[in-house]
Design a protein around this ligand. Structure first.
Ligand code: ZN
Ligand code: ZN
Length: 267
C-alpha cells in the first residue's frame, strides 16, 4: 500500500530513479551502463530483470543513453515519446512503446504515470507525475524554465524530486565558455538553485512530505548551497524532509503511504 522513490544516482554522468508500488517497478531514466545499473540495483537487492518498464524523459545520454542496452540484455520495455525514440536510434516497432505528453500510463493496477512536457533545449523533454493509491510523486529534471501546466501538476504531490542544477555565481565565475554558460542558464538549459526555490515556493505546502534536489552540477554547485538556497524560498511553509541525490547512489528511499507508517511501527 505504498509508493517508494529511490534515486540510483543523479547528475550529468547518469540519472535513474526507481519508482516502486506494490505491483510495479519502473525506472525513470536510465543513463548508466548496463553493468552500472546492475551494480546499483544489487545494493537494494534487485536485478535489472525485476524492472517492469523504463520511462525515458528525453534523449540526452545521461537520461536515455543506457536504455537500449537494458532492453536488449534483460528485455525491459522502453517507454518514451517519438522524438526521444528517434534521437536514441530505437527501432519504433521492436524497441519502444511510444507515449504522448499528458497520456496516462498504467503499470499493474496501482501505479499510473503522467508525462508532462517541460522546456529543455534541443529535446522533447518530459517530467513524470506518478500516482499510486491516491498519493502523488513527481520526478522532474532538465528544464530551463517552467510552465503553468507543470506547476498545476506539481501542486499536491507529496514527494517532489527536482533538479537544482547550479549556483548562479559559481556558474558565472566558473571555467565554462560563455556560450555554454549562456546555454545552461537560458530557457532551454537547467534550473539554478534560486529558480528551483522559486518554483517550489509556487507548489509546496505543509502537506509536501519530501523533496529531493537532484542533477546538481559537480562544477557549478555544492549540496549545502542548493539546500540552503531552496530552503530560503520555502522555509515558511515546508515542514517535510529535504535531501540531495548525487551521482553515486542509491543513498536513500522515500516512501509515501502505508509502508512508511508500517516501517516506523517496526522501529
Ligand atoms: Zn541531464
Ligand atoms: Zn538534458
Amino acid at each position: 500500500m505504498s509508493l517508494s522513490i529511490t534515486h540510483l544516482g543523479s547528475g550529468s554522468r547518469g540519472n535513474a530513479t526507481l519508482l516502486e508500488s506494490d505491483g510495479a517497478k519502473v525506472l525513470i531514466d536510465q543513463g548508466f551502463s548496463g553493468r552500472e545499473l546492475e551494480k546499483r540495483l544489487a545494493r537494494i537487492d534487485l536485478h535489472p530483470s525485476d524492472i517492469d518498464a523504463m520511462l525515458i524523459s528525453h534523449h540526452h545520454g545521461d537520461h536515455g543513453g543506457g536504455a537500449g542496452i537494458v532492453h536488449r540484455r534483460w528485455g525491459v520495455p522502453i517507454h518514451c515519446n517519438l522524438r526521444t525514440a528517434g534521437e536514441l536510434g530505437l527501432d519504433l516497432v521492436n524497441d519502444v512503446e511510444l507515449f504522448e505528453s499528458l497520456q496516462m500510463l498504467e503499470f499493474a493496477d496501482d501505479l499510473s504515470i503522467l508525462p508532462v512536457p517541460v522546456p529543455h533545449g534541443g529535446a522533447d523533454n518530459v517530467g513524470f507525475i506518478a500516482s499510486s493509491r491516491g498519493e502523488r510523486a513527481a520526478v522532474v529534471t532538465d528544464l530551463g524554465e517552467w510552465t503553468d501546466e507543470l506547476l498545476s501538476h506539481l501542486r499536491g504531490c507529496k514527494h517532489i524530486s527536482i533538479e537544482s542544477n547550479h549556483d548562479v555565481l559559481r556558474l558565472e565565475r566558473g571555467p565554462y565558455s560563455s556560450s555554454l554558460k549562456n546555454r545552461i542558464r537560458g530557457p532551454g538549459g537547467h534550473l539554478s538553485n534560486d529558480q528551483t526555490g522559486l518554483l517550489l515556493a509556487e507548489v509546496v505546502s505543509d502537506k509536501t512530505e519530501s523533496i529531493v534536489l537532484c542533477h546538481l552540477s559537480s562544477e557549478n554547485n555544492k549540496p549545502h548551497l542548493a539546500e540552503s538556497t531552496v530552503l530560503y524560498h520555502i522555509d515558511e511553509v515546508f515542514e517535510g524532509d529535504i535531501a540531495i541525490s548525487l551521482q553515486n547512489g542509491p543513498e536513500f528511499t522515500h516512501w509515501l503511504g502505508q509502508a512508511e507508517k508500517e516501517l516506523n511501527a517496526l522501529i
